[in-house]
Design a protein around this ligand. Structure first.
Ligand code: CA
Length: 224
């Protein structure tokens, strides 16, 4: 029964040392199944139910980006964290655009990976505190957006934070620097905001966030 109590995590990692090591480090909190190539990962992802997946970017047979795209194309909405090479910003952006919810760069801290997986798999028993955005409701705590027509979009913590910040002051135009200071690390480049905005528009609606040219961003009026 312990397996049922711990979130089930599918780890797709071909590195013969790293795969078993990550599994072992996560095992106290998660029930981990290791797949060592993209093809086995795809099969397990499609045939079993998972609370989260950790997918390496570089994998034999089917690479990590192609695997994530294939899963999203099949309607698999499970949170995915992609493991990328250190400093490879293009890999992070490609991973997020392919449908990953979060990323970590190798080498990484196992405790941080576990914390991110807890965040990705967390559900709250408290009454939802929701914020209306057009025809949608944001539940920042549960990291989801739900439209009145029934669509549900799962958000990463950063995506939910960005929407919550913008929707909390709907009249205000936020500069990229405002948003960096509110949500990111001061050394992060302002372009990271554009990446998240781009991602949210793809996930929810082109109109969820308005670009105010020369100034920054403001909450919009998303349509389902
Ligand atoms: Ca690899």
């Amino acid at each position: 029964m312990t397996t049922a109590e711990r979130p089930a995590v599918l780890l797709v990692e071909d590195d013969a040392a790293l795969g078993p090591l990550i599994s072992e480090l996560l095992e106290p909190d998660f029930s981990v199944r290791l797949a060592v190539n993209g093809s086995d990962g795809l099969h397990l992802a499609l045939t079993q139910s998972w609370d989260a997946m950790v997918i390496d970017r570089g994998l034999p047979v089917i690479d990590g980006i192609a695997l994530i795209k294939a899963l999203r194309a099949k309607g698999i909405a499970t949170p995915i964290l992609i493991l990328t090479a250190l400093g490879a910003t293009d890999e992070k952006i490609r991973g997020l655009d392919a449908g990953a919810n979060d990323y970590m760069s190798k080498p990484f801290d196992a405790m941080e990976l576990a914390a991110r997986l807890r965040a990705l798999t967390r559900t709250y028993g408290l009454p939802a505190q929701t914020l209306g955005i057009g025809d949608w409701e944001l539940d920042a705590g549960a990291r989801s957006m739900r439209s009145v027509y029934g669509s549900v979009v799962t958000l990463t913590a950063k995506e939910a934070g960005l929407l919550e910040t913008l929707a909390g002051e709907p009249e205000r135009v936020f500069t990229r620097e405002d948003l960096i200071n509110a949500l990111f690390h001061p050394t992060d480049q302002p372009g990271v905001i554009d990446t998240y905005v781009h991602h949210l528009r793809r996930k929810i609606s082109k109109t969820v966030i308005r670009t105010v040219h020369g100034l920054g961003y403001q909450i919009g009026d998303p349509h389902d």
